[in-house]
Design a protein around this ligand. Structure first.
Ligand SMILES: Cc1cc2nc3c(=O)[nH]c(=O)nc-3n(C[C@H](O)[C@H](O)[C@H](O)COP(=O)(O)OP(=O)(O)OC[C@H]3O[C@@H](n4cnc5c(N)ncnc54)[C@H](O)[C@@H]3O)c2cc1C
Length: 308
C-alpha cells in the first residue's frame, strides 16, 4: 500500500534506529536556505521532530541531510497587531496552549493545541511542523482552515503567502516547495461577535483522532449567523474545508434544526476511510455529532465575546 494512502501512524510500532544522516544546525535563516539549496531533495527540515523522527526511526522514510531549524532566531514570536496575529513557525504547541490572547480570541487554535498528543509531544512539537507535515490526522490544519489563516513561506528567492485552504494538497503533501521554510502563520483578527472551537474524538489518551471538527462563526447584531467556516480532521487524504455553507445560513439563528442541516452538509463533505479507528459509517456519525457540539460552543463564545 503506498504510504500516502495508509494510516501510517500504525506502522510505527516497530521502531528501529534511523539510517545514517548528516545533521546541520543553522543559526540563521539564510544559512538554512543555503543548506536546503545545496542538498535539494536530499535534505529535510527538522523542527520539533515529533513527526519526522518516528518516521526516520521506523525507516518508512530516510534522508541523507537533516536541517534542524530549531536554533534559528525570530521564529518563536507571537505578535498581535490589531488586525491579525502572527505566530512564528517554531512556537511550540504548549506555548500556543498557554497563550492567553490565543485562548480568548483564536479559541480553535487553543482547543486544538490542548488536544494534541501528550505533554511531551506538545512541548517539542511546533505549529510549523504540525502544519507542514501534511498529515490529515494532525489537528492544527483544521483550526487554520476554519480561521482562514495564511502561511508565509520564505526562501532565498523571497517570500510568498499561501491561504490555508490552498496549502494542503494530499497526505503528507503540502505547498512547501523545495528550498522553502514555513516561517510564519498569519491569522486574521476575528470580527466582533465571533467565536471558534475545535473538538475531536480519540480512542485513547494522547492518540490521534477518529475525527475532528473546527468551526468558526460570526454573528450579526440580532444573533443570526453572518459567517461560518468548518474544516474536518482525519476525514480524507487532507484536511477537508467545507465550502458553500455561509450562503445557506446567513441571517439564521442557530437552533436544533439549523444545526442538523449544517451537520448533514459537513458529513456529506467528509471522505473518511475505514481503518483501525472505525468504519466509514461510524466516522460519519462522529463528524455529525462533533459538528453540532462545536457549532454550539463557537456560537456561545461569539456571544461571550460580544459582551466583552
Ligand atoms: C506520540 C505522538 C502523538 C501525537 N499525537 C498527535 C495528535 O494528537 N495531534 C496532532 O496533530 N499531532 C500529533 N502528533 C504529531 C506531532 O505532534 C505533530 O505533527 C508535530 O506538531 C509536528 O511538529 P514538529 O515540530 O515536531 O515537526 P517535525 O517532526 O520536526 O517535522 C514534521 C514535518 O514538517 C516539516 N517541517 C517542520 N517544520 C517546518 C517548517 N517550518 N517549514 C517547512 N517544513 C517544516 C519537516 O520537514 C517534516 O516533514 C503526535 C506525535 C507523537 C509522537
Amino acid at each position: 500500500m503506498p504510504l500516502q494512502k495508509c494510516k501510517y501512524h500504525l506502522y510505527l510500532v516497530a521502531f528501529v534506529s534511523p539510517k545514517e544522516f548528516e545533521y546541520h544546525a543553522p543559526a540563521e535563516l539564510q544559512e538554512a536556505f543555503s543548506l536546503l539549496k545545496e542538498h535539494g531533495d536530499n535534505a529535510k527540515i527538522l523542527a520539533g521532530g515529533q513527526s519526522l523522527i518516528p518516521l526516520l526511526k521506523s525507516r518508512i522514510f530516510s534522508v541523507p541531510h537533516l536541517v534542524d531549524i530549531g536554533r534559528i532566531r525570530g521564529l518563536k514570536n507571537v505578535v498581535e497587531n490589531g488586525s491579525e496575529i502572527r505566530i512564528g513557525a517554531l512556537v511550540t504547541i504548549s506555548d500556543l496552549e498557554a497563550n492567553n490572547e490565543i485562548r480568548t480570541r483564536f479559541q480553535a487554535i487553543s482547543d486544538a493545541a490542548g488536544l494534541i498528543g501528550d505533554p511531551l509531544v506538545r512541548n517539542r512539537g511546533t505549529i510549523g511542523g504540525n502544519i507542514s507535515h501534511g498529515d490529515p490526522s494532525n489537528d492544527m490544519p483544521a483550526a487554520m482552515v476554519a480561521l482562514k489563516a495564511r502561511f508565509k513561506l520564505s526562501s532565498q528567492q523571497g517570500e510568498r503567502i499561501v491561504d490555508a485552504g490552498e496549502f494542503f494538497i494530499d497526505t503528507l503533501q503540502t505547498d512547501v516547495r523545495e528550498g522553502e521554510i514555513l516561517t510564519e502563520i498569519i491569522v486574521p483578527e476575528p470580527r466582533n461577535r465571533s467565536g471558534s472551537a475545535y473538538m475531536k474524538l480519540k480512542k485513547t489518551a494522547g492518540d490521534f483522532c477518529v475525527a475532528g471538527v473546527a468551526v468558526s462563526v460570526s454573528l450579526d447584531q440580532h444573533g443570526g449567523l453572518s459567517g461560518l467556516n468548518v474544516a474536518i480532521t482525519a476525514a480524507g487524504p487532507r484536511v477537508i474545508e467545507v465550502k458553500g455553507l455561509e450562503e445557506k445560513v446567513t441571517g439564521k439563528k442557530l437552533n436544533e434544526e439549523l444545526s442538523a442541516i449544517i451537520s448533514t452538509e459537513v458529513v456529506n463533505a467528509s471522505e473518511p476511510a475505514e481503518d483501525f479507528y472505525g468504519t466509514v459509517e461510524y466516522k460519519r456519525k462522529v463528524i455529525g455529532l462533533l459538528t453540532g457540539d462545536c457549532l454550539e460552543l463557537a456560537v456561545e463564545r461569539a456571544k461571550e465575546g460580544a459582551k466583552r
